[in-house]
Every structure is written in structure tokens, then in C-alpha cells.
Design a protein around this ligand. Structure first.
Ligand SMILES: C[S@@+](CC[C@H](N)C(=O)[O-])C[C@H]1O[C@@H](n2cnc3c(N)ncnc32)[C@H](O)[C@@H]1O
Length: 209
């Protein structure tokens, strides 16, 4: 597993299989806050789906200054979750990250603020079918790129996720590719620009109407 230090001091991983970094090299933890958590806005008690959990940065950034979150993370690689145990975390997320470092042991951890993260290990394309309908307030959608993993960005998968979300719930992702936005729109989402972070183009926010 090749660790790479990003510009905000946090680490990402380079996936040999996907040929891509897990995060933007401009700042992995910054990306979690700016493209996902702050872009969507988090309130105490929300239900969150972290679609492609990885090192859990997005979920754990959501836990900062929040309580009673119910987070489900979908991830198919236990090795990446095990890597959370020893990874160096920048000051801004150190306290929040600590309780979840050993989450690989039983895939279900609750911190002192009653934020619970449960990981469903397996192929997200199938695991999504196990989730209840109309439950999620926020979705962090973070697979590898559409070029590398086109199956993750299909209309069909957006439709399934849409069905799992409450009315008015929001999804964030880093891609603004035309076809991806078209697939989201066909699934029923209203699509808008997200913030510009670490690249020239904006991220995407999709709202269940
Ligand atoms: C771009 S990284 C996500 C980074 C992550 N959000 C974080 O904060 O570290 C993509 C993640 O998706 C996982 N993944 C790839 N294909 C998957 C699949 N079919 N089902 C579930 N997870 C998958 C990879 O193992 C990797 O951890």
C-alpha cells in the first residue's frame, strides 16, 4: 500500500489497481471537509451513507462538532480499513479519528458523542440493496473515477441510492462529468455545482426532489 502525503499534511493512498489516488493530492482531509461535509451541511442525529468509505475521512470529518450521527460506510477492501489503525492524521481531525482507528476489528464503533459508524464490508453495488429506503439525510459518494469504475456511476446505482434517501436529502461527489450528472438527473436528482477544491472544475451536489 503506497502512502502519499498530500498538501494539507494528511495522507492518501495510491491504488495500483485503480491507478489513482484515493483523494486529491491537494489535501485529503481538506477534501473531506470542503467537498463533502461543509458542502452538504451536517446536523446532529443525521443518517449518513458513506459510499466507498476508504480511510473514513468523510465520515469522521462529519463527526467533528456533531453528535448522534448514524453512519453506514460501504467498502470492499478490509486492508484499507485496517490501514486506519496506524495512519498519521492532521491536528484538525486527530481527536475525532482516534475512537475509530480500530474499526476494522468489528466494523461498528460509537464515539463519546454517540456518533456511530457501521461498515458493511463487500461490494457496494450489492450492499446498497440491503439498506432501508428513505432513511439517509446525506450521502458522500466517493468511488474511484468514472473512467476507472464506470459501473459505480450508472443511472441504476444513482436510482438505488436515491430510493434510500429522504426527500430533500443531499449527495456530494467530486466529479462534475456531463454523463454522470445526466445519470443523476435521470435518477430523479436535481444537480448543482459543488465547491471548487483542488482542481479547476466544481464538485457536484445532488438533491432528492
Ligand atoms: C476514492 S477511494 C474513497 C476514499 C474514501 N472516501 C476516504 O475518505 O478515504 C475509493 C474507495 O472505494 C473502495 N471500493 C472500490 N470498489 C468498491 C466496491 N465495488 N465496493 C465497495 N468499495 C469499493 C476502494 O477500496 C476505496 O477505498
Amino acid at each position: 500500500m503506497k502512502l502519499v502525503k498530500t498538501k494539507d499534511g494528511s495522507f492518501t493512498i495510491f491504488s495500483e489497481v485503480a491507478g489513482e489516488h484515493y483523494h486529491t493530492v491537494s489535501g485529503a482531509v481538506e477534501e473531506a471537509f470542503e467537498k463533502h461535509v461543509n458542502a452538504l451541511g451536517i446536523e446532529n442525529g443525521m443518517h449518513i451513507l458513506d459510499f466507498c468509505f476508504g480511510l473514513g475521512y468523510n465520515s469522521i470529518a462529519a463527526c467533528k462538532d456533531h453528535a448522534n450521527l448514524q453512519i453506514i460506510g460501504l467498502e470492499n477492501d478490509i486492508k484499507i480499513i485496517e490501514a486506519m489503525k496506524d495512519i498519521e492524521i492532521p491536528e484538525i481531525l486527530k481527536t475525532e479519528f482516534a475512537p475509530f482507528r480500530n474499526i476494522a476489528e468489528n466494523l461498528d464503533v460509537t464515539d463519546n458523542n454517540n456518533n456511530r459508524i457501521q461498515i458493511l464490508l463487500g461490494d457496494a453495488l450489492q450492499k446498497v440493496d440491503e439498506l432501508p429506503e428513505n432513511i439517509f439525510d446525506r450521502v458522500f459518494f466517493d468511488p474511484f473515477s468514472p473512467k476507472k469504475q464506470p459501473e459505480m456511476w450508472s443511472e441504476d446505482i444513482f436510482q438505488k441510492i436515491y430510493n434510500k434517501m429522504k426527500n430533500g436529502a443531499k449527495l456530494s461527489t467530486y466529479s462534475c462529468a456531463k454523463q454522470i450528472r445526466k445519470n443523476m438527473t435521470s435518477a430523479g436528482f436535481k444537480v448543482m455545482d459543488g465547491p471548487v477544491v483542488g482542481r479547476k472544475s466544481p464538485a457536484t451536489i445532488a438533491v432528492k426532489m
